[in-house]
Design a protein around this ligand. Structure first.
Ligand SMILES: [Zn+2]
Ligand SMILES: [Zn+2]
Length: 239
């Protein structure tokens, strides 16, 4: 258990370092040199704040405590490790050593379980960085090209150009990783099912329309895109 806790703590140190790196690249190397407009700088700072908030909301939102089912005869959902009958949609995470409500997966990138309470933040942590990646590549593709070109021409780049090129390659990696993960996550969000349920081919939790399914995870449209807890009305739809 302490190993998992240590990994989680290391993730909480590593991610803020990565966030700071991106901030430095855009603000110090582009904005300070007047190479991006004031409006683009505000947009970057908006994206940056929302990504940092999504990360910490995902990381510091613990799973709900399991309410033990009264039905002792139900053996289908009996958790031998916790020694109780768990309600439907609860799954035992061996890494966290507990049963987790609406467990999606134990995320190796954030080093925590993705469950009903933080699934929204996890999705925001994929969607917003994707926008930041597009933004960074848009503003720095020339520096990236310059870096690639220097490999062939032997041109010596300044430290600033090297940092910019590295920042853009970093953004490309983040962008592709986010697309890869969203490819699995979004179809499940629209069907109200988790990765675990997908592998079991059950879609019994579908609420009837993709809009309702999305709202049960993300909250009403007004707050769906913000890293704030979902409204009660939509939370009640969760099973
Ligand atoms: Zn359990
Ligand atoms: Zn876990």
């Amino acid at each position: 258990m302490w190993i998992e806790r240590t990994k989680w703590m290391l993730a909480n140190i590593g991610w803020p370092i990565a966030f700071t790196f991106w901030y430095q690249i855009m603000v110090v190397l582009y904005a300070a040199n007047g190479e991006i407009t004031q409006l683009a700088l505000y947009y970057f700072q908006f994206l940056w704040i929302i990504i940092v908030c999504s990360y910490f909301s995902a990381s510091f939102t613990p799973p709900s405590k399991c309410q033990i089912e009264d039905d002792k005869n139900s053996t289908a959902n009996f958790c031998e490790l916790c020694n109780y009958s768990k309600p439907p949609r609860w799954h035992h995470c061996r890494r966290c050593n507990q049963c987790v409500h609406r467990m999606d997966h134990h995320c190796p990138i954030l080093q925590l379980c993705i469950h009903n309470k933080n699934h929204k933040y996890f999705l925001l942590f994929l969607l917003w960085p994707l926008q930041l990646a597009v933004f960074t590549v848009w503003h720095g593709y020339f520096n990236f090209w310059k870096m690639i070109r220097s490999v062939y021409t032997g041109e010596i780049l300044s430290t600033t150009d090297q940092l910019r090129g590295t920042g853009v390659s970093n953004a490309l990696m983040v962008g592709f990783a986010a697309i890869y993960l969203l490819k699995n996550q979004l179809p499940n969000l629209f069907r109200n099912q988790t990765l675990i349920e997908e592998s079991r081919e059950t879609t019994i939790y579908d609420l009837g329309s993709w809009q309702e399914n999305v709202k049960s995870v993300m909250g009403s449209w007004r707050i769906a895109w913000l890293p704030v807890p979902i409204d009660e009305r939509n939370e009640k739809k969760q099973k």
